[in-house]
Design a protein around this ligand. Structure first.
Ligand SMILES: NC(=O)c1ccc[n+]([C@@H]2O[C@H](COP(=O)([O-])OP(=O)(O)OC[C@H]3O[C@@H](n4cnc5c(N)ncnc54)[C@H](O)[C@@H]3O)[C@@H](O)[C@H]2O)c1
Length: 438
């Protein structure tokens, strides 16, 4: 079965196009659900058999997506999942949402994109739209996706339509989801963009077209580098304020009253998640090959990755004040997910903080209702209940992630020392414990 661009566009308009989403994780599943809600039949393709099974049972595994939503779409026959790539032959559009992590050497790990692209190449046919959504370095679509399909005898822009459209999902964000977050699309040819715009403008309120896949790839890296550099700057501001004996949180709050020319960023225990600590390094890696050093990116990465050690110093100083050492101290870490109100542990600074405390002889426990057990490179812990006894038993409590459901007044009432990396106790009047801010 092959089809022309006109036939593909007709199917998209009639909601008869079938869509495959490769990689149904934090990014792919919400996208698949939005397409399903628009009446398209969507097939999630994932190598993780547990995810495939859960989707087919109508069960969600992503906190932002309710099981009821999955169950409804599965019940209507609009959503299913499989690990069998051969389904790709019969679909009209393919969105690629596989991971793009770093290798141990901090170089991009392109193996997931390459594996997906190889499978698409094996099963593709004329008349399909292929959109890469995974965050990656500028040039990826042109260098890794286009040559494979062109090698299949398909002419890009005539037989097959290839675009890059960066995913912008913000897990845990109650206001912005797939539907109301504008989506940028860059295509290999104008015909490619035309097809992608037709499809993506159904589930997404606003699509923004740019002139090339490289421009679209760079948009995402600008967005995430912007965050990484600004967080690095404000983290260094926290270190400088500390040396000057100034409260950085007070300074930020006052500065943020300026109605123009200032954007608020907060310091913290370090970067986390699958995006901000990683994506800028995709850009600096690419630039290294062009003999250029991306100085802002590298500096921000250095400052941000030193923050866990800075937190450890705060814990050591706080314990020192009461003639205690980290060695042998009971330390309760509050919140281990990389940001508030989500369950994602990837690159979480809590992992570094716990490891550094354990290496120094700290007896570490943690509480996080979203992460019930923690097994990571030598850390084997289970979340403890947040009781008055647990708080009282701790020589030091370290707030790493400020989940909103926690009663911070209760924490302050029962803890002795709190190292508060998020200013979570800001609304607690006259805390009974010693509070150490970043
Ligand atoms: N999580 C976010 O907040 C976020 C936001 C914007 C962009 N992104 C980008 O989106 C991409 C995906 O991130 P994520 O957070 O959804 O990752 P994830 O790990 O939650 O999901 C990726 C899925 O891809 C599957 N997978 C891996 N290799 C595969 C293959 N060869 N074939 C089929 N499935 C495969 C995995 O099993 C997993 O289910 C990354 O490039 C990331 O940088 C993530």
């Amino acid at each position: 079965m092959t089809q022309t661009k006109t036939e593909l566009l007709k199917k998209i308009e009639a909601r008869e196009a079938v869509i495959a989403v490769i990689g149904i994780g934090y990014v792919g599943l919400p996208l698949a659900v939005e397409f399903g809600k628009q009446g398209y039949r969507v097939i999630g393709v994932d190598v993780d058999a547990r995810k495939v099974e859960r989707i087919n049972q109508g069960v969600s595994y992503i906190p932002d997506i309710a099981t009821a939503e999955i169950a409804e779409l599965v019940g209507k026959g609009l959503l299913s999942a499989t690990s069998d790539y051969s389904v790709l032959h019969d679909v009209d559009a393919i969105s690629i949402c596989v991971p793009t992590p770093l290798r141990k050497t901090k170089d991009p790990d392109m193996s997931y994109i390459i594996a997906a692209a190889d499978e698409i190449t094996k099963h593709s046919r004329a008349g399909q739209l292929i959109v890469l959504e995974s965050t990656t370095y500028p040039g990826t679509t042109d260098e890794l996706i286009v040559p494979r399909l062109a090698g299949n005898g398909l002419k890009v822009g005539e037989d097959v339509f290839i675009c890059f459209s960066p995913e912008r999902i913000d897990p845990g964000n109650p206001i912005y989801g797939v539907r109301n977050t504008p989506k940028v699309i860059g295509g290999v040819t104008p015909a490619c963009v035309e097809v992608a715009e037709a499809l993506y403008s159904k589930p997404i309120e606003r699509v923004i077209l740019v002139s090339s896949t490289r421009a679209a790839e760079m948009v995402k890296l600008l967005e995430n580098t912007f965050r990484s550099v600004n967080i690095g700057m404000v983290n260094e501001m926290a270190v400088m304020c500390d040396k000057l004996d100034v409260n950085v949180w007070e300074v930020i709050e006052a500065a943020s009253t300026k109605p123009f020319g200032f954007m608020t960023f907060f310091p913290g225990p370090g970067l986390g998640g699958h995006c901000i600590p990683i994506d800028p390094l995709y850009l600096s890696w690419k630039l290294k090959a062009l003999n250029y050093t991306a100085r802002f990116i590298e500096l921000a990465s250095e400052v941000n990755s030193n923050m866990p050690l800075y937190v450890i110093n705060k814990v050591m100083e706080a314990l020192n004040e009461v003639r205690q050492t980290v060695n042998g101290a009971a330390i309760l870490v509050l919140g281990v997910a990389y940001k508030r109100d989500i369950d994602d542990l990837r690159e979480s600074p809590a992992l570094d903080i716990i490891q550094l405390l354990q290496e120094r002889g700290g007896v570490v426990s943690y509480h996080d209702k979203y992460v019930t057990t923690l097994h990571h490179e030598g850390i084997d812990l289970a979340s403890v209940d947040l009781t008055a006894e647990a708080l009282k038993a701790a020589d030091c409590v370290v707030i790493v992630t400020d989940h909103t459901h926690i009663d911070y007044g209760f924490v302050a009432d029962n803890a002795r020392i709190v190292v508060d990396t998020r200013n979570a106790l800001k609304n607690v009047e006259d805390p009974a414990c010693t509070v150490v801010l970043l």
